[in-house]
Design a protein around this ligand. Structure first.
Ligand code: COI
Length: 355
């Protein structure tokens, strides 16, 4: 809506749907995309009218700034379908606000809210069949912006492309997850871009994560860049520690992503009287708690990862395994969140958004 008038969204439908060829029971995260995508270009200092087009390749100049300077940001959101075929987004306003916080940090023009939501809803309605019912099924939504201006001078682009692509999703990790606490490499520094969903934040983790994988760990838990004494977040998710009955997680900062699932877990913990401490978490305290048998659980929280239990961790050459918990907090939060996401319970916090 602009001044009460619905936006003009040009829709070009795909000539045929690919949906019949998709094995929805055996999805690998982020490999298959729905029939349509949203596209919106920034030219002459303005975001132009958005369009919905068949999903497919785009053309860019080899000198487009995104390729040379990584001027690109993205978001991760999910849509769920309930038993009555109603589609729900989970806290999309939080993702939208973070999208523009990330853009601002990367000198990308902010995206208008009305275009974001009207475009997204048009896209989801066109590709509604791709959202399957049942716990664990979802549609992963990937909005992103790239700098498209040709030319390799190191300055912000004057043109951009905003897009939304969607991928039917089940679990992010197909097996057990073990993490290693970072001792050498860093993800983010004070005053840097750690809080933004900048594409480069993720690309820069691939090399150290490959080294960690060679040691049997799927993810790194990043520590503060100055001392490596404090635990911050993992590559694809924020991280929680359960010591005794207490839940501990690091505060957000300019190094740590303000995760939507993270803040939902904190709210639910408060709601269900689970003691939760948001404070700096020392590597040493977690290692000592594990040695004393007081570290009950570690789990990650993220849109793609949902709530993912961590089976063990490594630090300074030592490996620790975590015991199975009968009263697992990870399972508790996952079921509480899913009940809200799939419209199985009251939405006390106003987190559901009907499409
Ligand atoms: C998400 O959880 O949506 C993310 O953006 C993490 C991504 C690396 C899969």
């Amino acid at each position: 809506m602009k001044d009460g008038i619905p936006l003009e969204i040009d829709v070009v439908e795909a000539s045929a749907s690919k949906i019949g060829s998709v094995d929805f029971d055996n999805l690998i995260f982020g490999n298959i995309f729905t029939d349509h995508m949203m596209v919106c270009d920034y030219v002459n200092g303005e975001w132009q009218a958005p369009s919905i087009q068949p999903y497919g390749p785009i053309q860019l100049e080899p000198s487009a700034k995104v390729f040379h300077y990584g001027q690109a940001i993205f978001e991760g959101m999910k849509a769920f379908k309930d038993d009555e075929d109603q589609v729900w987004l989970f806290r999309p306003e939080a993702n939208f606000e973070r999208f523009n916080r990330s853009s601002k940090r990367l000198a990308i023009p902010e995206f208008p809210k009305d275009m974001f939501f009207e475009g997204l809803e048009t896209l989801l309605n066109l590709d509604r069949e791709w959202i399957k019912k049942g716990f664990g099924n979802s549609l992963y939504i990937r909005p992103f912006v790239i700098a498209t201006e040709p030319g390799v001078s190191a300055s912000p682009s004057k043109t951009y492309k905003f897009m939304i692509i969607c991928s039917p999703a089940k679990a992010y990790y197909s097996g057990e997850v073990r993490v290693v606490f970072a001792e050498k490499f860093s993800r983010a520094a004070d005053g840097g871009v750690g809080y933004a969903k900048a594409a480069g934040n993720y690309g820069a983790q691939f090399y150290p994560t490959n080294l960690a994988k060679e040691e049997g760990f799927q993810q790194i838990v990043w520590t503060d860049a100055n001392t490596h004494e404090y635990l911050e977040e993992a590559g694809t998710m924020n991280i929680f520690f359960r010591v005794g009955n207490k839940l501990i997680t690091a505060p957000t900062s300019d190094r740590i992503l303000d995760g939507v699932t993270r803040k939902s877990v904190i709210t639910l913990a408060e709601e269900f009287n689970i003691p939760v401490e948001v404070r700096r978490v020392k590597v040493q305290e977690i290692v000592e708690a594990a040695e004393k048998g007081e570290l009950k659980e570690i789990f990650g929280a993220g849109t793609a990862a949902t709530i993912n239990p961590v089976k063990g961790f490594g630090h300074a050459g030592k490996k620790f395994e975590l015991p199975e918990q009968e009263d697992s907090y990870a399972s508790f939060f996952k079921s509480k969140l899913m009940a809200i996401q799939y419209n199985k319970t009251e939405d006390k916090f106003g987190w559901r958004y009907a499409v």
